[in-house]
Design a protein around this ligand. Structure first.
Ligand code: MG
Length: 250
């Protein structure tokens, strides 16, 4: 049985405003069994005003972060990480948005903690909502499935079994900058398999590994990025809506 102390860091800095270290021990989100609908069947169709980034066909909406074509595999209605080819990102850029995607960790369980079904969804290429197989797989809470990586664990662990399709529905409010100055931080709301795991949660800055973070100015829009962490994670049904109605908080 893996102890939490075996999979947490104890030599990282404190997360400002908390009693917890980055990737350190902290209360483990309780497990919630999500609805079992749609985890094996075909995905629903996107809404009519969605910008579809992957519909089960090709990777024409994607490119390799390091340059060139996206080298992940697209077959059988999904795309799959090809380890060591690197992260991929959307050719289109987004600011505030509603994002839907579906992912599945490998059915064959290999590795533990951060080494099992690891990938990630980076909003604007900078802010990671963790993708990980946390079905009976302890890891540091701020790095578990649907965590705002290195900042905030999800409210609950709503993981399905490895191999089953899982959904993320993400409402993203991009940070605002005035020149070099942060005018308003980013906020995110996340539903994992239909279960709320973050509600209008403030981000401290771009997500980082083993480090605290702070904002640095960047363009108002950025790409959606998916992580190659060496595991055979699959994705499908990826779409974005930009008609968010966000009025700058007024
Ligand atoms: Mg990751």
């Amino acid at each position: 049985m893996t102890e939490l102390s075996d999979v947490c860091y104890d030599d990282t800095p404190l997360i400002p405003g908390t009693d917890y270290r980055v990737h350190g021990p902290r209360p483990v989100p309780p497990v919630v069994t999500p609805p079992q609908t749609n985890c094996r069947q075909e995905p629903d169709s996107p809404p009519s005003d969605a910008i579809v980034l992957f519909d089960g066909g090709d990777l024409s909406e994607w490119k390799n972060v390091k340059g060139g074509e996206a080298a992940w595999k697209a077959e059988n209605g999904c795309m799959e990480v090809v380890p060591k080819t690197g992260d991929i990102q959307s050719k289109k850029n987004f600011g505030d948005c509603q994002l839907h995607l579906e992912w599945a960790a490998p059915e064959e369980v290999k590795g533990k903690s951060q080494g099992r079904g690891n990938s990630g969804v980076f909003l604007m290429g900078l802010y990671e909502i963790q993708v990980l197989d946390c079905f009976e797989n302890p890891t540091y809470p701020d790095g578990q499935t649907a965590a705002i990586y290195g900042q905030c664990p999800p409210l609950v662990n709503a993981c399905r079994r490895p191999g089953e399709w899982q959904t993320y529905d993400i409402l993203w409010e991009a940070p605002r900058f005035e020149g070099d100055k942060l005018q308003r931080p980013a906020y995110v709301t996340v539903l994992h398999n239909g279960i709320m795991v973050h509600h209008h949660k403030k981000l401290m800055g771009p997500t980082e590994h083993k480090k605290t973070t702070s904002y640095r100015p960047h363009p108002a829009e950025g790409p959606l990025q998916l992580q190659d962490h060496g595991d055979l994670v699959r994705y499908r049904n990826i779409w974005v809506r930009t008609h968010t109605g966000y009025d700058g908080g007024n």
